[in-house]
Design a protein around this ligand. Structure first.
Ligand code: PEP
Ligand code: MG
Length: 323
């Protein structure tokens, strides 16, 4: 099986009836690029920049960040690289920020909420990204967006920093796509309106499932409620993909679900454009997709949206695919 997969390293990702999708990798540091290339990643679908900020005593400088972003963009040789701006808070703490303890960190002051408030941190990161943008195909993604105003504010700050850099003679790419993570139910529900303003969506199912089901993704006692195939989740995913396509935008997924063999047939059927997963899952997913029929998966996706439970969906997928 591994030998079969290895043959697919330099192949595109295509269903058996010719439908193309893109398989990207989730990375945390420039060191992860080696694995992306070895496993045939067509993109970096999620670069989690938190690691630059963690395990140290102070914020990373603009130049440190610039070097990391440049390394990733150059390493991918013009293939798309989606960099997510700082998603700190929740389970990921930065002791040196001295933020007050919160009752519900996962519902608290984190990610874009923190960045819009602590703008020095945010602007430093955006400048580093903008300066690095000329070295590859950069796309910038904001995490934990829950309202249109958050996106508008973040994008305005990005444009301001870009204008300031350009005024002082610093070159930046002029075609940088700016998108959002869809990981909060309010944003999935409003996807039709977001789609008019963003360049792309990437669905963060790790959090979207936790917030939709109100079940902490780290809490064993409620893990039975953490149901990726619950039709409630699948309907939200469909809304997001359809909303993107209606406005001519692309929709990806960078939560764990994107590399899951039960989810892949459904996501293919729903029309997901980009799947971003751990690099080691890419070849298996490419092989699976090459054996699936897009037209049949569209029917499967339609059918499972009408089912009642997570388990019914699993059963339906197994019946139609070879799993
Ligand atoms: C997600 O929420 O699905 C996601 C990809 O982000 P993280 O796992 O870093 O929260
Ligand atoms: Mg998340």
């Amino acid at each position: 099986q591994k030998a079969e997969w290895a043959k697919l390293v330099n192949e595109p990702t295509v269903s058996n009836d010719g439908h193309h999708v893109e398989l990207g990798a989730n990375i945390g540091t420039p060191k992860d690029l080696k694995g992306v290339t070895e496993h045939g990643g067509e993109a970096v679908g999620l670069y989690r920049t938190e690691f630059l900020y963690m395990g140290r005593d102070e914020l990373p400088t603009e130049d440190e960040q610039f070097s990391a972003y440049k390394a990733v963009l150059e390493g991918m040789e013009g293939k798309p690289v989606v960099v997510r701006t700082l998603d700190i808070g929740g389970d990921k703490e930065l002791p040196y920020l001295n933020l007050p303890k919160e009752m519900n960190p996962f519902l608290g002051f984190r990610a874009i909420r923190l960045c819009l408030e602590e703008q020095d941190i945010f602007r430093t990161q955006l400048r580093a990204l903008l300066r690095a943008s000329i070295y590859g195909n950069l796309k910038i993604m904001f995490p934990m967006i829950s309202t249109l105003n958050e996106f508008r504010e973040a994008k305005a700050i990005l444009s301001e920093e870009q204008a300031k850099l350009n005024e002082t003679g610093v070159k930046t790419a002029d075609n940088i796509e700016v998108g959002i993570m869809v990981e909060i139910p309010s944003t999935a529900v409003m996807a039709d309106l977001f789609a008019k303003e963003v360049d792309f969506f990437s669905i963060g199912t790790n959090d979207l499932i936790q917030y939709t089901m109100a079940a902490d993704r780290m809490n064993e006692r409620v893990s039975y409620l953490y149901q990726p195939y619950n039709p409630a989740i699948l309907r939200l995913v469909k809304m997001v993909i359809d909303a993107a396509h209606k406005e001519g935008k692309w929709a990806g997924m960078c939560g764990e679900m994107a590399g899951d063999e039960i989810a892949i047939p459904i996501l293919l059927g729903l029309g997901l454009d980009e799947f971003s997963m751990s690099a080691t899952s890419i070849l298996k997913a490419r092989s699976q997709i090459s054996r699936l029929n897009h037209k049949e998966m569209k029917e499967l996706a339609n059918d499972v949206l009408q089912l009642h439970t997570n388990d019914e969906v699993i059963e339906a997928v197994k019946k139609v695919t070879e799993l």
